[in-house]
Design a protein around this ligand. Structure first.
Ligand code: AMP
Ligand code: ZN
Length: 128
């Protein structure tokens, strides 16, 4: 059994607020959103660092992120979806996608624990 929390989510061992998936990627809401709609996009095969991924996996992850960003922009009616990659807390590649209305909003220090009922409703809204 994997020790990686995101591998556990992929394996269905712990739940997530899923918004989208395909054969190779999963997208789910961050449980400590910076802003409403903060979504993580991850590869289903464990990788530690984005820029160590092979070109094919890297490009397909960013392609998945693009599709989800288009959907988030439509749902949240914002001018921009911000994208960030850090990975200091979770050692499984993840792209943060955050609906933005202005500058300075892509700041991890603004993260607050989300309400699970609201996250469930939000994930449903993004999915449909
Ligand atoms: P970082 O590794 O600093 O880029 O951030 C890791 C992100 O993963 C943080 O924004 C956490 O809130 C988020 N996170 C950690 N565990 C979970 C989980 N079980 N479900 C959703 N998001 C998570
Ligand atoms: Zn993993």
């Amino acid at each position: 059994m994997s020790e990686c929390i995101f591998c556990k989510i992929i394996a269905g061992e712990i739940p997530c607020h899923k918004v989208w998936e395909d054969d190779d990627h999963l997208a789910f809401l961050d449980i400590n959103p910076i802003r409403e709609g903060h979504t993580l996009v991850i590869p289903k095969v464990h990788a530690s660092y984005l820029f160590d991924m092979n070109d094919e996996s890297y490009q397909s992850l960013l392609g998945a992120a693009k599709q989800i960003a288009i959907r988030l922009k439509e749902v949240f009616q914002v001018p921009r979806i911000g994208m960030a990659v850090e990975g200091f807390a979770v050692d499984h590649v993840h792209v943060h996608l955050v609906p933005l209305t202005g500058v300075g909003q892509l700041d991890p220090k603004q993260a607050k624990p989300g309400d699970h009922t609201q996250l469930t409703e939000l994930a449903q809204r993004i999915r449909t």
